[in-house]
Structures are given as structure tokens and as C-alpha cells.
Design a protein around this ligand. Structure first.
Ligand code: NDP
Length: 339
């Protein structure tokens, strides 16, 4: 059972060699007898998500505890049940939930798994479009942004797992939508595939405040924040009165010991802006509605989806690290096995 383990805690940007592929020995393809009800799964697809970086730090104050050095990396994944002593699951079921970055995992809290009904939609999409990132976009946009038709919406990290869905939901809602991304290829994708009204490469803009002014001459009503730092500062100066900022993530600030200072927070007062952080798991009551809406949008061709698939467990560390330099084009997943 090959597995990817964390070498030791880090306090800087992650590197591939912070994780190591080890041989965990032969797996008996049965749940051990006498153990509490558990499920043994064969992992098929793993999700690379920015929050995993937070679990590589020796920091216990977050909403999710850190990993233990030497132990397998955990994350969301899709897997096939090989053996189960839990009444809710049987061999052959396809499940999603927290699993290990390894070929086989023994899941000792099977209650956190959900069964996936396979249909015409590719299975791996349940880690993005129909999974946690898609749901983050859905809950964040409808519940936190309080959108109205015709409003001006800005999305950062717009071509990523969350951003691409936020932008498309905002378009479906009748908003004017601009996205930022870190390469010209991603900018093309935003305009020509995801249907954003405009998009720009933030790395080529010497003055972000001026760039936003160009794209939003009348100001921004809604900012879906994925990156933080200098972009947030520039957005604050370009917000309209009574605007909303949904703080989903700040990927540029992850794990920084000295985060970039924000200078323009006074705009919250002068422009009466509501800035609200959120975590998707607080909205899980909306998940069934989300699944039904997104499945329909996808089938109707109203939402498209781009994922970046890395093949092989051994490539998981590189795929994950790539999130922090923008190597991924769309939602980053790793295929461990297709069956
Ligand atoms: P993405 O698929 O968007 O991948 C991360 C992207 O972030 C990269 O491709 C890169 O795109 C961009 N990026 C990386 N480093 C920087 C940087 N220094 N400055 C600016 N952009 C950078 O990831 P997700 O869609 O999965 O996540 C997006 C955000 O949402 C993250 O902040 C994440 O933590 C957050 N999140 C929050 C959740 C919640 O419940 N609150 C749930 C899920 C995600 P580019 O090439 O455009 O720079």
C-alpha cells in the first residue's frame, strides 16, 4: 500500500520534498475482525485543496487539526468500497469523504462518507463541480454575497475550482462578472469558456487599483475573495457603497509568518461594506439543493467545468504544491486508480 506521508511540519510554502512516497506494505483486503464498524476502500481520485497546507503547520488553533509528521496526508477523495463491517456500506459502493493519500484506506469513521450514484457525469467531478469546491461557490455566492441581478461582481483566482463556478453562477444570476487569474491562458479560459464578461492577468498589472478601475468604472458590488493581500487592498478602494465581500480564502497569505498588511480597511466604514468570512461546512443543509441545481445546470449546458487531472499517486505532492504557484488549470485532482 503506497502512501504519501508528511515529513515534518513546515512554516513556509510547501515543497514536493516535504512529502514522501513510502511503501506501507501489503494490505489484507478485509476490515480487521473485532474492530469497530469500519470500511476498507480503494482510493480512486484525490482532491488537492489549498486548506491542506494549513494542516502541515504545527498549529492547533484552526477549524481542522494539523497532520502528525510521518503520517499519511488526508484529504477529500472518491473511493470504491472493498470490504465493510458498517451496515451502511457494502463492497462495490462508490463513496466520497475524507480519505488518505494512499492506495487503500481503512476508514474508521464511515459516517462521514457519502455514497455516490454514478451517472453520465464523470466521477471525478464529485470532487469539484458537484463536490466541496462547487458547493463553496454556491453557498458563498447565494448566502454570503446577497447578489442582485445587474450587480458588478469581481472574482479572484477565478479559473480555479471555486472561482470558475462562482463566475458562472453570477452570470446565470444576471450579474456583470470580471475575473482575475495568473496566466494569459487562464484569462482566455475565463472569457471564452466560462463566459466571464472580462478577465485580466493580475501578474501583468503594475497597478491593481487602476486595473480594477478600468474594468469597473462604476465600482464593484460584490467581491468573491480567494487570494487576499494586495488584491484585497485594491478591491477595497474600488468597492461601491453597500458592497459585499465574501471572504472565501486568502491563498496568497497561507502559512505566511508575516502576512501582507491591509491598508484600506477604512473603506468598510465610508462605503458601508459588509465583509464576511465563511466556511462551506456551515451551510451543509443546502447541499442536496446544490447537487440538484448544479447537476441540472451542467446537463443543460449552463455551467461548464474544467479540471486538471494528475495521473498516479506518486504525482500527488507535485500536483498539490502546484496550487500555490498557479500551475493548475481548473480543479486539481489526482487519479490513483480508475477502477
Ligand atoms: P484553485 O483551484 O483556485 O487553486 C489555487 C489558485 O490560487 C492557483 O491556481 C492560483 O491561480 C491562485 N494563487 C496561488 N497562489 C497565489 C498568490 N500568491 N496570489 C494570487 N493567487 C494565487 O483553488 P480552490 O478553488 O480550491 O480555492 C480557492 C480559494 O478558496 C482558496 O483560498 C481556498 O483556501 C478557498 N476555499 C475556501 C473554502 C471555504 O469554505 N471557505 C472551501 C474551499 C476553498 P492563478 O494562476 O490565478 O494565480
Amino acid at each position: 500500500n503506497r502512501k504519501v506521508v508528511l515529513r515534518e511540519y513546515i512554516s513556509r510554502a510547501p515543497r514536493e520534498d516535504d512529502m514522501v512516497l513510502v511503501d506501507g506494505g501489503t494490505v489484507a483486503l478485509r476490515v480487521p475482525e473485532g474492530a469497530a464498524p469500519a470500511v476498507l476502500v480503494k482510493n480512486l481520485y484525490l482532491s488537492c485543496d489549498p486548506y491542506i497546507r494549513g494542516r502541515m503547520r504545527d498549529f492547533h488553533g484552526s477549524y481542522i487539526p494539523p497532520f502528525t509528521p510521518g503520517s499519511v496526508i488526508e484529504g477529500l477523495g472518491l473511493a470504491r468500497v472493498v470490504d465493510s463491517t458498517h451496515p451502511g456500506f457494502s463492497a462495490g459502493d462508490i463513496v466520497s469523504g475524507m480519505t488518505g493519500w494512499e492506495e487503500y484506506s481503512l476508514i474508521d469513521k464511515p459516517e462521514q462518507l457519502s455514497k455516490i450514484q454514478q451517472n453520465d457525469i464523470p466521477l471525478s467531478y464529485h470532487l469539484g463541480l458537484l463536490g466541496m469546491p462547487g458547493f463553496t461557490a454556491y453557498a458563498g455566492f447565494y448566502e454570503v454575497c446577497s447578489p442582485k441581478k445587474g450587480e458588478f461582481v469581481f472574482v479572484s483566482a477565478a479559473s480555479g475550482a471555486v472561482g470558475q463556478i462562482v463566475g458562472q453562477l453570477a452570470k446565470l444570476h444576471g450579474c456583470y462578472v470580471v475575473g482575475s487569474a495568473g496566466t494569459n491562458q487562464k484569462v482566455e479560459l475565463l472569457k471564452n469558456k466560462f463566459g466571464f464578461d472580462e478577465a485580466f492577468n493580475y501578474k501583468e498589472e503594475p497597478d491593481l487599483t487602476a486595473a480594477l478601475k478600468r474594468y469597473f468604472p462604476e465600482g464593484i458590488d460584490i467581491y468573491f475573495e480567494n487570494v487576499g493581500g494586495a488584491m484585497l487592498d485594491a478591491v477595497l478602494l474600488n468597492m461601491r457603497a453597500h458592497g459585499r465581500i465574501a471572504v472565501c480564502g486568502m491563498v496568497s497569505q497561507h502559512g505566511m509568518t508575516d502576512p501582507v498588511g491591509i491598508h484600506n480597511l477604512f473603506c468598510l466604514i465610508t462605503k458601508r461594506i459588509r465583509m464576511q468570512g465563511f466556511i462551506q461546512s456551515d451551510y451543509l443543509h443546502m447541499f442536496p439543493q446544490f447537487l440538484s441545481d448544479m447537476t441540472k445546470h451542467y446537463r443543460d449546458g449552463k455551467i461548464v467545468y474544467v479540471e486538471d487531472m494528475s495521473i498516479g499517486l506518486e504525482n500527488a505532492p507535485a500536483a498539490f504544491v502546484g496550487l500555490f504557484s498557479g500551475k493548475n488549470v481548473g480543479k486539481q485532482v489526482v487519479c490513483v486508480s480508475q477502477e
